[in-house]
Design a protein around this ligand. Structure first.
Ligand SMILES: Nc1ncnc2c1ncn2[C@@H]1O[C@H](COP(=O)(O)OP(=O)(O)O)[C@@H](O)[C@H]1O
Ligand SMILES: [Mg+2]
Length: 311
């Protein structure tokens, strides 16, 4: 449905997007996740034909953004980062106006607008000026305007930014409902958003795509995805040496040293691929050390994200 190959965008000397490639299939809801200034908005503006890339190709439903921008725009609904709404217009007039702009035939406009109002739950504020609405309702108007021409693909740039927790839940719910019918790319810098709404995640950091997959895949694929916490008593240096030598250990660090009176207990965090508890236990027994805690912690998506987007 959307195919992006080696998309690169410079703003003057600033490299905002660096050789990004990905595809989105029909019906997918894909989260575009990354910290501020990662390049999310720039990528979305290129896909929606608001910005020309420095290099690379993008096609939407088989149409190239350079050669067929009108066809591309017809198939895409876009909720920009700061959706420009007209504060002095009421909701119905605004949606009619946008429907006209998007070339919805006059005879179909009332039906389309009514449908959008139903989907986004705007029935109670139809005649209010947009400027009077809460941020949550304004965002619903933003979603409604993006869909009024019935596009197959929706691009939502940080759809819940600036909303309060209740509004966030409502908008996510709405996006999930919309996602049953449409192909969606949504950007966010908050992680729970993608788990709550998306089938798949693309992580972008510092202009580059650093990971892609379902949240479960990302967690299990991340190197050192498992962390074992172990409390071991043994000669400190000897313990470290044995762990460095053990082929099942990727990395380890001391996070705590037991109180003196309690003997030399070391609390260690050991990273590995897969569950190493049994191997570690055998090592401790073989060396004649002691162990009193052994806990496996799966790395959360938060940690995977932090690992991929810092350094
Ligand atoms: N119009 C612009 N002119 C110059 N630099 C820009 C412009 N828009 C964005 N940038 C820069 O490009 C980078 C990516 O920005 P952006 O795509 O907005 O990231 P995100 O949406 O992930 O926060 C940032 O370093 C930002 O400062
Ligand atoms: Mg942005």
């Amino acid at each position: 449905m959307i195919k992006i190959e080696n998309l690169t965008k410079y703003y003057g000397p600033v490299l905002a997007v660096d050789s990004v490639s990905f595809e989105v299939s029909k019906g997918e809801v894909v989260g575009f996740l990354g910290p501020n200034a990662a390049g999310k908005t720039t990528t979305m503006r290129v896909i929606t034909c608001y910005l020309r890339p420095t290099s690379g190709t993008v096609s939407v439903a088989g149409y190239d953004i350079h050669n067929h921008p009108v066809e591309v725009r017809r198939r895409i609904g876009y909720l920009p980062e700061n959706c420009p709404l007209y504060p002095e217009m009421n909701v119905v007039d605004y949606l009619n106006y946008i429907a006209k702009l998007r070339q919805v035939p006059a005879a179909e406009r009332p039906r389309r607008v009514k449908e959008m109002i139903g989907i986004t739950g705007l029935e109670d504020v139809l005649w209010k000026d947009i400027g009077e609405l809460s941020k949550g309702f304004r965002q619903r108007v933003g979603l409604a305007q993006s869909m009024v021409h019935d596009p197959d693909i929706l691009i939502f740039d940080e759809p819940t930014a600036g909303l309060d927790p209740n509004q966030i839940v409502e908008i996510r719910q709405l996006i999930r409902e919309i996602g049953r019918e449409k192909t969606i790319i949504l950007s966010t810098h908050i992680l729970p958003e993608v788990s709550a709404t998306c089938d798949r995640v693309l992580i972008i950091n510092d202009a580059r795509l650093v990971a892609s997959g379902t949240t479960d895949e990302l967690v299990s694929r991340a190197k050192g995805a498992d962390v074992v916490t172990a409390e071991i008593r043994g000669p400190e240096e000897e313990v470290y040496q044995a762990l460095r030598k053990a082929d099942f250990v990727d990395e380890f660090r001391k996070i705590k040293e037991g109180p003196e009176e309690d003997g030399a207990w070391l609390t260690l965090e050991i990273e590995s691929t897969g569950d190493i508890r049994e191997k570690l236990f055998r090592l401790v027994v073989e060396k004649n050390w002691s162990m009193r805690e052994l806990k496996l912690e799966k790395m959360s998506l938060e940690e995977v994200f932090a690992k991929l987007t810092t350094s």
